[in-house]
Design a protein around this ligand. Structure first.
Ligand code: HEC
Ligand code: HEC
Length: 309
């Protein structure tokens, strides 16, 4: 029996290695990056709703000051797995993404694949962005390409020796197998929920910080939004159980101002999320997020209770 388990495990690992070796996703090259002003404007909005500047803002040498009017990168992101430096995503040909095609944008944002086929490290929250529509990704690309190119060479990541593009690939295969993302709620006549789920799970990637992770750093999607720790920072749960005292209006106001129902202001990394992301959402998008977190999560828990009776 033990032998069989050992054999199955080795076979699985070998299989993962094989798919790891050949994982370039098939992305249609028929898309072109849109060039209309409308697309760029939509892209600008998506970049703020996607919180890109929280990581890709231009960092000064000491990291204390981040220029959020630029996406030239350089910010040091300290994680349990090493220090990552967010790349320059302005369209500079040498140090940024000036030569990128629409296919490469979709490959990077939705599949976590580099133009040369290597795998990105999941500090770049592409597993959340995987659920974005192709249209939204192309609008993001259109906007990034319309920015002034800035030359900025970003330092290489500082990682333990075992952490390579290859192991990132295996990590992804494991994450795919073990953690199926929960499907976003279908409309049920209420489009707001679906929009809220898209903003929470995908574009706003709230779960990247608020969902606990297992020992391999893979988010435990069965415990979505149940709170986590990031280094020494405690990240509160924002699931139905945690938000029983909150109304949709409270949540909406929180996303706009960072103020909780008890009139306390939120701190830590969340104040950045409020400042650069949720406070810039349209009224209807903020309302959709509030509806998802308060009403949808509560209804879902209630219907699970009923089905267990
Ligand atoms: C939590 C931090 C974080 C957020 C938020 C984030 N990124 Fe990144 N991004 C990274 C890191 C780190 C990398 C590099 C990963 C690597 O080297 O494997 C990266 C890589 C990229 C790349 C590839 C660049 C290259 O030169 O290969 C693109 C494009 C990109 N991000 C765009 C975006 C966009 C657009 C958004 C918002 C929708 C975004 N990122 C949000 C951290 C982040
Ligand atoms: C970069 C990590 C990060 C991301 C992304 C993030 N949060 Fe947070 N959030 C935090 C941290 C850290 C705290 C606790 C801050 C503190 O200590 O005051 C927090 C606190 C909160 C709280 C207050 C909870 C309470 O009971 O006090 C709410 C609500 C919240 N976040 C909602 C969201 C939503 C909605 C999103 C997605 C749009 C989101 N967060 C994305 C890190 C994050």
């Amino acid at each position: 029996m033990r032998k069989r388990i050992l054999l199955t495990t080795s076979a699985t690992i070998f299989f993962l290695f094989l798919i790891g070796l050949n994982s370039k996703p098939i992305v249609s090259s028929a898309y072109a990056l849109p060039t209309s002003e409308e697309s760029k404007e939509q892209g600008r909005y998506l970049v703020s709703a996607g919180g890109c500047v929280s990581c890709h803002g231009k960092a000064s040498g000491t990291n204390d000051e981040v220029d959020v009017s630029s996406l030239a990168g350089g910010l040091k992101l300290v994680t349990d797995f090493g220090n990552f430096y967010a790349p320059n995503i302005t369209p500079d040909n040498e140090t940024g993404i000036g030569s990128w095609t629409s296919t490469e944008f979709i490959g990077a944002l939705k599949h976590g694949v580099q133009p040369d086929g290597g795998k990105y490290y999941p500090t770049f929250p592409y597993r959340a962005y995987a659920g974005l529509s192709d249209e939204d990704v192309l609008n993001i690309g259109a906007y990034l390409m319309s920015l002034p190119p800035e030359k900025n060479v970003v330092p290489p990541h500082e990682l333990p020796i075992w952490l390579t593009r290859f192991s990132a690939n295996i990590w992804n295969q494991l994450a795919n197998i073990t953690q199926r993302p929960e499907a976003s709620p279908q409309n049920n006549g209420k489009d707001t929920y679906a929009r809220g789920a898209y903003l929470a799970r995908n574009l706003g990637h709230c779960g990247e910080c608020h969902t606990p992770r297992n020992a391999l750093g893979i988010p435990k999607l069965g415990e979505e939004f149940a709170g986590a720790t990031l280094g020494d920072e405690v990240i509160e749960p924002i699931d139905a159980a945690a938000l029983t005292e909150w109304s949709e209006t409270d949540f909406d106001l929180f996303l706009l101002l960072g103020m909780k129902p008890d009139a306390e202001f939120v701190g830590g990394d969340m104040s950045d999320v409020i400042e650069h992301n949720t406070s810039l959402l349209t009224d209807s998008d903020r309302a959709a997020l509030a509806s998802f977190f308060i009403t949808y999560q509560r209804d879902r828990v209630d219907s699970e209770k009923i089905s267990r009776l």
